[in-house]
Design a protein around this ligand. Structure first.
Ligand SMILES: Cc1cc2nc3c(=O)[nH]c(=O)nc-3n(C[C@H](O)[C@H](O)[C@H](O)COP(=O)(O)O)c2cc1C
Length: 210
């Protein structure tokens, strides 16, 4: 069931999938089916990437394999371990840092991991699942645990599963998961003609100013 407090309070109309995606701290113990897992990573696979490099790789650990789950959990910073251990699935997103066609550094690698993660998050939302990305990981530990080769780097982790009902959570997690999601106003984000000059159409509901 959608946590209504988490639905984006938008100023303009957006797609339901974007409005209802959010990053829970509290996860339900319910496992994620293998078919849903395949759909999530298939969605990531079809993200856009610079030169179609597809620099994303994912290492996935499921709670049903307790030892593997603990290994991946240990690649998170402590603050993230505390809540992410509730999730039924963890994944590490690893970036290939160089282009395969010329071996030059790929300046879009991290960007494209974000693209793939976003596709995965929206697919998850469509399936009633939630994803919480984390930059708070221990990349060197991940490199050692999973023999990640040079030229690749663990960038983020993902906790994924079904968001818990609020009344199943302790106070700390419940407060986080019932907080209203906030964003900067569009007027601070979209400019025209010069830096910080809000594009006129952003504030003109008729859309007729230039
Ligand atoms: C790349 C990235 C890294 C993040 N790292 C962390 C993290 O290490 N720990 C954490 O608790 N949340 C992390 N988050 C979650 C953000 O705090 C969250 O997306 C943001 O507060 C907006 O909330 P929403 O996703 O529910 O809209 C991260 C999000 C992104 C996109």
């Amino acid at each position: 069931m959608m946590n209504e407090a988490k639905r984006a309070r938008t100023s303009h109309s957006i797609h339901e999938l974007i409005a209802t995606r959010w990053s829970p701290y509290g996860f339900d113990a319910r496992p994620v089916s293998e078919s849903d897992l395949r759909s999530l990573f298939e969605a990531a696979r079809w993200a856009a990437s610079s030169y179609n490099e597809q620099p994303w790789r994912f290492i996935v650990a499921r709670k049903k394999d307790a030892a593997e789950f603990e290994r991946m959990l240990a690649c998170l910073v402590e603050g993230n371990q505390a809540w992410a251990r509730r999730a039924p699935v963890l994944a590490l997103a690893v970036a290939r840092l160089h282009f395969s066609h010329n071996d030059k550094p790929n300046p879009a690698a991290q960007h494209d991991i974000g693209m793939a993660t976003c596709s995965l998050q929206l697919q998850a939302t469509a399936l009633g699942l939630s994803v919480h990305p984390m930059i708070g990981i221990l990349p060197q530990r991940a490199r050692e645990e999973y023999t990640i080769p040079q030229g690749y780097e663990a960038l983020t982790a993902l906790a994924l599963g079904y968001a818990a009902e609020l009344d199943a959570l302790d106070d700390t997690l419940r407060r986080r998961d019932e907080a209203v999601r906030l964003r900067k106003p569009l007027s601070e984000l979209v400019f025209a003609r010069t830096w910080k000059r809000t594009a006129a159409w952003v504030e003109d509901p008729t859309g007729e100013s230039s």
